[in-house]
Each structure stands twice: as C-alpha cells, then as structure tokens.
Design a protein around this ligand. Structure first.
Ligand SMILES: NC(=O)c1ccc[n+]([C@@H]2O[C@H](COP(=O)([O-])OP(=O)(O)OC[C@H]3O[C@@H](n4cnc5c(N)ncnc54)[C@H](O)[C@@H]3O)[C@@H](O)[C@H]2O)c1
Length: 332
C-alpha cells in the first residue's frame, strides 16, 4: 500500500506520517502549509505542497505515487473561527472532502481514514461517551466533522471504499520537541502561553457538577493517537477489496473514539502543568465559557476491540513533552 496523508505537515499529521513510515508503510504527504511546517517531516517522506481542494493535483498525485489509501487530516480546526466563518469551514472541511472523495473514487482507491473529533458529540450527559452516544455538535467546526463522517460513509457505500472515522478526544504532547503543536488553541499551550507572559493560568468555571467543579476532559498523547492511525490503516489494508469475498459490511465502515477513557479535570491539569514547569502560581477562576461541556470522556472499548489499540502514555508525559516543545519554539 501507499498512503497519502493530507495535512501531513501538521501537528498530528507529521506524527502519523512518521509512525507509519517507521512501521514500514509507504507514505506521501500533501499539505498546503497554511498551518503546517515542512521540516516536521523527515527528508525521506515526500511532501507535495498543495491543497486537498485541488482535484487535478490529487489525480496527478494518486497516479504518480500509485496511492492505494488516504489518511485525511487536512482541515480547519478552530472552533471560534468556525463560529465567525461557518461558510468557509463548510467549504473547506466538507466541500474539500467531497472533492477528495470524488478523486479517490475515480482513482479506484479502496481505503480511506478520516480525522474526526469528539466535537461531533456536543455536550452529552453521560459518564463515558460511546460511539453510539447521539451526536449533537455545538459549533460549525463540529458540524463539519459530523457531516464529513456522513459523507465518508456514503461515499464508502457508493464506491466500495472501506472507511474508518477516528473521533479524537483532547490531543496533547509531542513525540519530539520539534513536532510540538505551535498553535495556542488547546488548553495545554494556552496555559503555557499565560505562564510565558508572566500571567496566571485561567480556569473557566469552577461550579460545574464535577468532583472539583472544573470541566473534565479525556487527554490523549499525540504519539498514541499516531499509533491508533497505524492500527486503523493496517485494519483497512486487511479489509477485502471491493468484489472480494470475506469483506462484510461491519469491516468496511468503522467509527471509533480515540481517547484514554479517563477523565482529568482542568484544575488537575493546571496543577500538573505547574509541577512540570515549576511555575505553581494559583489559577484565576473566570466565568464559564458558553458551550463548554462539564464532562467529555471517551469509552475506549471499541478502539481496543476493533483496532487492538489502547493508549499507553499518561497525562504527565503529555505535559512534559509539550513543555519541551513549547520551550524549543519560544526560546528566542
Ligand atoms: N488537535 C486536536 O486536538 C484535534 C482534535 C480532534 C480532531 N482534530 C483534527 O485533526 C486534524 C489535524 O489537526 P492538527 O491539530 O494536526 O491541526 P494542524 O492545523 O496542525 O494540521 C492541519 C494541517 O492541514 C493543512 N491543511 C489545512 N487545509 C488544507 C488543505 N485544504 N489542503 C492541504 N493541507 C491543508 C495545514 O497546513 C496543517 O498542516 C484536523 O482534521 C483536526 O480537525 C484535531
């Protein structure tokens, strides 16, 4: 197999590309570098600079590299921006996916892995979120991921493409400092950013119905997440091709949560960040932000059953590795 990884120069994409290449898979990355960094990829992984919305480029790339599977991570991912620019998010995340899936079908590519998000669930009132928990996204970003899943499954059925949708929970950490997330959109870099500015970390709301009153989330190390992609890619590769007997519907269309199945409160996380950075100043408690769910923790059972994958790295390892990456990128 040769896998095309869209968004391969991004934070998660570069981890996925490296893990898959290290495991012996042939990979090619495509990235428009709107948010990606080319040197996250080692020189032996080809990087095609261009957009996954460019159908002609996709066709050429599929042919030139004899691509047989696609891992689609390229997307806009900022919730706030999606609220301000919903049409852009639908055009790029859903329209772009439609272009890609058309090109995939035309090229006869039979395996497709889609990067989805826990944002599809919205704010469910359950202890553990399973893949059967009803989806009710609370932002245009989450809507584009849910609509993307629908489109992926529909295209899979129409064109005989085996598909996997991975719903990532809260991704953090880095396998190496140079691969770290350089954006300040998630809680870990947001706290680092505050500390670097000599400001106290902020906690939004401490009166939620949770043990310490702060929101509870499921954090997943990006290196574990990359391993989950490898497991999903291998499962897709083992799935029968269209027309080949032995491929049941259940093996051709899979949706899986990728989390640790353990909740960590924002206060616990901020305390841990204080221990790791040595900056233990007290957090400022601010009002709740609209739309924050009190608790969002994955059931990780299906990933274990269907992919044979479970997370191995803990939250301290995520924070320590993210901090090393932060210091590398903010040392000047
Ligand atoms: N980071 C998280 O916590 C998280 C959680 C759930 C889901 N996701 C999803 O994971 C995927 C990767 O996220 P990330 O955190 O690595 O973000 P990122 O911004 O670092 O990576 C996205 C990459 O895609 C590229 N890109 C964007 N639009 C493109 C296009 N049209 N054509 C080609 N390349 C394009 C960007 O340059 C970037 O390198 C996204 O689909 C995101 O929605 C991320």
């Amino acid at each position: 197999m040769t896998w095309l990884i869209t968004g391969g120069a991004g934070y998660i994409g570069a981890h996925v590309a490296r893990v898959m290449a290290d495991a012996g898979e042939r990979v090619v990355a495509l990235d428009d570098l709107s948010a990606g960094v080319a040197h996250r990829l080692p020189s032996d992984i080809a990087l095609i600079q261009g957009s996954s919305l460019d159908g002609d480029l996709l066709k050429r790339t599929f042919a030139e590299h004899t691509v047989t599977g696609v891992v689609h991570l390229a997307a806009r991912k900022q919730v706030g921006e999606s609220v301000a620019q919903p049409a852009r998010y639908y055009q790029e995340n859903v329209g772009g996916l439609a272009t890609l899936l058309d090109a995939v079908a035309e090229a006869g590519i039979g395996r497709f892995l889609f990067s989805s998000s826990a944002a599809v669930y919205g704010n469910p009132d359950v202890e553990l979120i399973t893949e059967d928990t009803p989806c009710a996204p609370m932002s245009p970003y989450g809507e584009t991921k849910l609509a993307g899943e629908w489109l992926v499954r529909a295209a899979g059925r129409a064109h005989g493409i085996a598909t996997v949708c991975l719903r990532y929970f809260n991704v953090a950490g880095a396998a190496a400092p140079e691969l770290a997330d350089t954006g300040v959109f998630n809680v870990v870099p947001m706290v680092f950013d505050r500390l670097t500015r000599d400001e106290a970390p902020r906690i939004f709301g401490d009166d939620y119905p949770t043990p310490d009153g702060t929101c509870v989330r499921d954090y997943i190390h990006v290196a574990d997440l990359a391993d989950a992609h490898l497991a999903a890619a291998r499962r897709l590769a083992a799935t029968g091709t269209p027309g080949v007997t032995g491929a049941t519907d259940a093996t051709r269309d899979l949706t899986v949560n990728i989390g640790r199945g353990e909740g960590v409160s924002v206060r616990e996380l901020v305390t841990l960040i204080g221990e790791v950075t040595g900056d233990t100043r007290a957090a400022l408690v601010e009002p709740r932000r609209p739309g924050d769910a009190p608790r969002a923790v994955a059931s990780a059972a299906r990933a274990a059953e269907e992919l044979g994958w479970t997370a191995r790295r803990g939250v301290r390892e995520m924070v320590e590795s993210a901090w090393q990456g932060w210091r590398l990128h903010h040392s000047g």
